[in-house]
Design a protein around this ligand. Structure first.
Ligand code: ADX
Length: 190
């Protein structure tokens, strides 16, 4: 079955289990763009979806947090908590957060029943060239400190279920890879 017919198959069932899909990668790698595009496709087929974008959460429930190690870990802990709750109600949760520390992502994985990790990978030089928010320039000028990839580490996943190379693969190719992985997982669990 191809993606579309598999998705329709799930829709015909009308019920699908919950799942958390966790997009990790450098700022500017494409996490939010891909998560949003995936959510649109899933919604079109009548599935229950929630995107949890860290940029947005940092404007509300995580607005008290900065970018030191403890605060980043707390950020991921809060996001995991919401993702776990929503996915327990059979919602497909798409998390987009740099989530640079492996241990924090592994804790998220351990706390959430069904978890798919997506490494949104692009070389630092490419992310820096894209610089959609102008933050890399500010970090290079020293106006922002502890910036991931510049003066704070990004620990790439060792065993992500999906690896996307956004400097080489098109947006649609990336979306299709994620959809494929979601549909396989939902079919297995339903
Ligand atoms: S995380 O490390 O705690 O997972 P998160 O994904 O929530 O980070 O937030 C990252 C976003 O915050 C970036 O896309 C960028 O817009 C902004 N930002 C501001 N300061 C920093 C920083 N020092 N390091 C990384 N991102 C930063």
């Amino acid at each position: 079955m191809n993606n579309v017919s598999e998705t329709r198959h799930i829709r015909v069932q009308r019920e699908h289990p919950g799942l958390t899909v966790w997009f990790t990668g450098l700022s500017g790698a494409g996490k939010s763009t891909i998560a949003t595009a995936v959510s649109v496709e899933l919604l079109l087929y009548g599935m229950r979806v929630q995107v949890l974008d860290a940029d947005w959460l940092r404007q509300n429930i995580c607005r008290d947090l900065g970018f030191g190690r403890d605060d980043r870990n707390e950020n991921i802990r809060r996001i995991s908590f919401i993702a776990k709750l929503l996915s327990s109600h059979n919602i497909v949760v798409l998390v987009a957060a740099i989530s640079p520390y492996r241990i924090a992502r592994d804790e998220a994985r351990a706390s959430i029943t069904d978890f798919v990790e997506v490494h949104v990978n692009a070389p630092l030089a490419i992310c820096e060239k894209r610089d959609p928010k102008g933050l890399y320039k500010r970090a290079r000028r020293g106006e922002i400190t502890s910036f991931t990839g510049i003066d704070d580490p990004y620990e790439a996943p060792l065993l992500a279920e999906v690896c996307l190379n956004t400097d080489e693969e098109s947006l649609q190719a990336c979306v299709d890879k994620v959809l494929q992985s979601i549909l396989e997982r939902l079919s297995t669990n339903s």
